[in-house]
Design a protein around this ligand. Sequence first.
Ligand SMILES: [Zn+2]
Length: 89
Amino acid sequence: MALLSSLSPHTRRHVQTIMLAYPRLRLTSARRGRLRNRAVGGAANSLHLSGRAADLSGTTADQQAAVRLAVRLHAVEALDEGDHAHVAW
Ligand SMILES: [Zn+2]
């Protein structure tokens, strides 16, 4: 899928691991250009700009499980943002 392939290889590998473990999660944001990042309210230094961050949307339980697994996979950012889990490497 195009969103997945926009991620850096390292981040893509970990996001694929999370999505295999919790297959109901949907990848809703990956690499963003500056304009897109600004439009969605992303931080100016967002790791989405370099393809190192991904957003995964699903049930609260699945999002929280994704955050816990991301931490075990040494994510540099792993946050449940309410309507998605934000994870980055
Ligand atoms: Zn994010």
